[in-house]
Design a binder for this molecule. Structure first.
Ligand code: NAP
Length: 244
């Protein structure tokens, strides 16, 4: 029996996901399940956290592969019997062309990872999260998924018109709202929220981001550790609420 809270973070072998795992493990004493689609990269990441004294395990999980998602759920069920925190962090930004030049295949692949991926993982993990006394789901969104911000010409990122990526995060935000409502109506204590990390230096943007991963992880970590009277069905960055 593991008395720690158990957190699963997808795409946790690097970038913001790895840092979320580090903070949840190191600062909040959780057992962190680092989900990675590549076992070697996952193992290397878990070893780094183990060296820091974190109880870190690797789980093989490609969010676009339903068999892999089902296998991960079975693995967690067998080893822990429940899940307390799910962070749907894995994401890709595959097409940087202007809207009229959008590559349709890259659009599909982006949505497969960023939209269908979290749906598959959330559905598979919900029975395990329902066994937790305080389940938390965090969907890693982006300010680029905000319709309001994209519609404001003076917003600092209004020129970043990545139709595939931005629309994938808007669709993910809708999952946040609708799952939160369904669970609330069931009387479930599970909270579902979207996190915006801000423009963070990672491989996703060739390290052009201006925030550190420590800063980028904070909003998600706060939402993963919300108290029972915290919000559900919202969209937050480190400063507070982000407009939809
Ligand atoms: P990153 O360094 O490129 O990390 C992305 C992670 O997702 C990697 O671990 C990657 O695994 C994993 N991944 C991609 N496709 C996957 C799949 N099919 N199955 C499982 N894992 C998969 O990017 P990041 O910046 O940390 O991004 C993390 C999240 O934050 C993403 O959802 C991103 O959209 C969001 N975000 C980032 C920023 C930013 O400025 N960086 C801003 C807003 C939102 P591999 O190593 O195997 O490729």
């Amino acid at each position: 029996m593991n008395n720690n809270r158990i957190a699963l973070i997808t795409g946790a072998n690097k970038g913001i996901g790895f840092e979320i795992a580090r903070q949840l493990g190191k600062d909040h004493g959780m057992t962190v399940l680092l989900a990675a689609r590549d076992d070697t990269r996952g193992r290397e990441a878990a070893e780094k956290l183990t060296t820091l004294g974190v109880d870190a395990r690797v789980i093989s999980l490609d969010v676009t592969d339903s068999a892999s998602v089902a296998g991960a759920a079975k693995h967690i069920e067998r080893d822990f019997g429940r899940l307390d925190v799910l962070v749907n962090n894995a994401g890709v930004a595959l097409d940087r062309s202007p809207p009229s030049q959008t590559d349709v295949e890259k659009f599909k692949a982006t949505h497969e990872t960023n939209v269908l991926g979290p749906l598959l993982v959330t559905k598979a993990m919900l029975p395990l999260l329902k066994r937790s006394s305080a389940g938390r789901i965090v969907n890693m969104s982006s300010g680029l998924g905000s319709l309001t911000q994209n519609n404001n010409p003076s917003w600092e990122f209004s020129s970043v018109r990545l139709v595939a990526y931005n629309s994938s995060k808007a669709a993910l935000n809708m999952q946040t709202v609708l799952f939160a409502r369904e669970l609330a109506e069931e009387g479930s204590p599970i909270k579902v929220n979207s996190a915006d990390p801000g423009y963070t230096s990672t491989d996703l943007n060739q390290h052009q981001g201006t925030r550190t991963v420590e800063e980028g992880a904070r909003a998600a970590v706060r939402l993963a550790t919300l108290p029972n009277d915290g919000p559900s069905g919202g969209f937050f960055n480190e400063e507070g609420t982000v407009p939809w």
